[in-house]
Design a protein. Structure first.
Length: 322
């Protein structure tokens, strides 16, 4: 009898706790109603422009014809994927995309960290501001203008660099006609344009470090290099890993516009990537189903790499996106 009373008492308490939690949840929702209303337009826009168009991915599995429409076009299954995997362009475009992307990560990812640490060490405030503005400015140059500047600078006949080299008796090589040099031109021009802007988030992370760490290091007689190694780098690690995960999730998304603008028939063996090939297949050859299949393959690979890198980061550094 006592056991039944105790059990019934536990049930009553648990029911009361559940009711109390429900009331608290309702109160929180009621308090947040204005915020949800403010968020609603963004959610509607996100749904309309991000999720609704995903219905168009169906044409990757159909022999799409504009006259028949998406629903009326016949199903072909994985034929378009098989066509791409069996084509000469598959290994060609995948290799170029991965090589440019990996090169960009190896060079372009650590440089903003180094720049942020160097900028953080500048003690003259006026010079620090000038240094920051100087490194940020190229980021605001549009891709079209940047590509035009690269074409002008690297022109072997009348380019800026060619004229400087002619003054000292040297000849400017035609870098943009060399397939093997295309990756260097793309990556290093991209670094020059974005390294300053990409360092902002690391500067913000460095500015949030508790000054007590540096004071304790000064008390122990630590040098600037020792502070960087034992304070700055460890505390930057979570931010660095999150950005690396995001960067790895876009490993097959090399800058389409810039590559397309710098392409020419001579450097095509080194500059044809998945995104430019999709553009040519879909918009120039009107093979909409094939281009959609290639784009879907590209997205799936990016998602798998994102999940893999996120899992590795979570195991090794305890930092992850989810």
């Amino acid at each position: 009898m006592d056991k039944e009373l105790i059990a019934s008492g536990y049930r009553t308490r648990s029911l009361e706790e559940k009711e109390a939690r429900k009331k608290q949840f309702r109160k929180k929702i009621q308090k947040s109603v204005p915020l949800y209303i403010l968020l609603l337009p963004s959610v509607v826009l996100l749904f309309c422009f991000t999720y609704l168009p995903m219905y168009g991915l169906v044409i990757a599995f159909k022999d799409y014809s504009p006259s028949l429409g998406i629903l009326g076009s016949p199903w072909v299954g994985l034929d378009h994927f098989v066509q791409y995997f069996n084509s000469y362009q598959f290994g060609f475009t995948l290799t170029n995309t991965l090589s440019i992307s990996m090169y960009s990560i190896l060079i372009g990812f650590p440089l903003p960290i180094i720049l942020a640490i160097l900028c953080n060490q500048i003690r003259v405030e006026r010079f620090k501001k000038v240094f920051q503005v100087t490194t940020y400015l190229p980021h605001f140059i549009s891709t079209m203008v940047m590509s035009g500047m690269i074409l002008i600078f690297l022109s072997p006949s009348n380019g800026l660099i060619a004229n400087v080299l002619n003054l000292i008796g040297l000849e400017m090589p035609n870098l943009l006609s060399n397939p093997t040099a295309f990756k260097d031109v793309y990556v290093w021009s991209d670094v020059w344009q974005h390294v300053g802007w990409d360092s902002i988030i690391y500067l913000a992370a460095l500015s949030s470090i508790d000054p007590a760490f540096y004071e304790a290091a000064d008390m122990d007689g630590a040098s600037r290099l020792q502070k960087i190694v034992h304070i700055d780098l460890p505390l930057l690690l979570p931010t660095t890993m999150v950005l690396l995960i995001l960067r790895a999730g876009n490993i097959l998304n090399v800058g389409f516009e810039k590559v397309l603008l710098l392409q020419n028939p001579l450097n095509l063996p080194g500059s044809e990537i998945i995104s430019t090939y999709v553009y040519k297949v879909g918009m120039q050859s009107f093979q909409y189903s094939l281009s959609t299949a290639i784009g879907l393959f590209n997205t799936i690979v990016n998602l798998i790499i994102l999940l893999l890198v996120n899992w590795i980061s979570k195991r090794l550094t305890k930092t992850s996106l989810f």
